[in-house]
Design a protein around this ligand. Sequence first.
Ligand code: ADP
Length: 426
Amino acid sequence: MSVSSEAATYEPDVLGPRRVLVVDDEESVVTTMQAILEMDGYDVDISTNGREALRRLEEKEYDLVLTDLRLPDLTGTDILAEVRKRWPDSVTVLLTGFASLESAVLALREGAYDYLVKPCAVEELRATVRRGLERRALTLALRLRMTELEEANRTIAELNADLQRRVEAATAELQKNVEQLKELDRLKSQFMSIASHELKTPITAMSGFLQISVRRMRRRIERGRPAEDEWKREETATIEQLEVVQRQTEKLARLIDELLDVSRIQSGRLEFRLIPVDLGVLAREVAERMQLTTTKHRLRVRVNGGDLTVSGDRDHIEQVLNNLLSNAIKYSPDGGTVDVGVRVEEEGVHVAVRDSGIGIAKEELASIFGLFYRSPDRRARDVGGMGVGLYISREIVERHGGRIWASSPDRRGAEIHVLLPRGGAG
Ligand code: ADP
């Protein structure tokens, strides 16, 4: 049902008049048919022999070809074959006398649309031609629909594939985020336990020493004033204990400062004041101060000519050097040499701190700059730390437009590199 309504919408005037070719050896038959069909608005050509018909078929496509089965030079099936070959969408109708009905049936089998028995009534001719043309219109409309559908199908398939790709990419991204969040979560809980332990240790020491001092002073009051010698000994011991307390207070303050730094970095409140800083001079200063904290290690600074000045925040760069040198000492528990090399490079000034300690595993070289990162290595774990020093250092260096990285050739000690551009922070 829907098919025939489709054909009804296929208006001839939209496509121009339909072209019909009438082929018959009788002049009167073709002219009569031409007149009748032209009155229905068709564009009609006629031929009275096969060869002429073939020539016309070479020139243009007809919507419908009406052909006699018997022609003087060719047969109607020759015409049919030519039409099928050249214009497969054209509709063919056979004109036949009673005597050749059988051949008409044969021709129908070969693809002719219909046949008319001569002489045929006007209405029958008009109806057959109209039906034939409707059939052609239907075929063409269906073909168009098919192409549209195929095109739509292709588009849908492409969209589908695209969607699939996007879903896969988004899923992978999500998976990565989840993994990162999980890792961060793990590091955070690990940090909580490490940080509380780190903060608790100096407090425990301080509280112990203070208790002992208080008890000793109380006992002294009870016993009364001592002799001069005794008094000196007691005071010296007290001073020693108070000095321990003082050192622990400083350590505590440093830990809290680091935590404050992390919080400043995370909230974007870390501020820099840029001045010219000579990295050679600064490295010597820091190394000299650090040397006072150890007797097992020998700190050496080698400066390689040239102007070692960068524009930077002195205190923060000093903090980076402090951190690198104290790590070099911390992570070489058996002592040894710590070499600090400062040299000019094309990109800026390069500082390298090399120790001969426990070294860093290859797969950890990049992670150690992450927040709260602590190595799973037992020898590193034995040394205290909250895993924030290198994170802060990286932030400071990168905010100066520089780079920081680690190497550990054959794990014979570690080397941390800092490259600061002369220009400083942007
Ligand atoms: P912390 O030393 O407080 O743990 P850092 O951020 O300074 O934190 O260092 C992160 C980790 O990098 C350390 O836990 C340690 O495993 C590793 N690391 C840093 N410096 C060295 C070094 N010089 N030699 C070996 N390992 C190091």
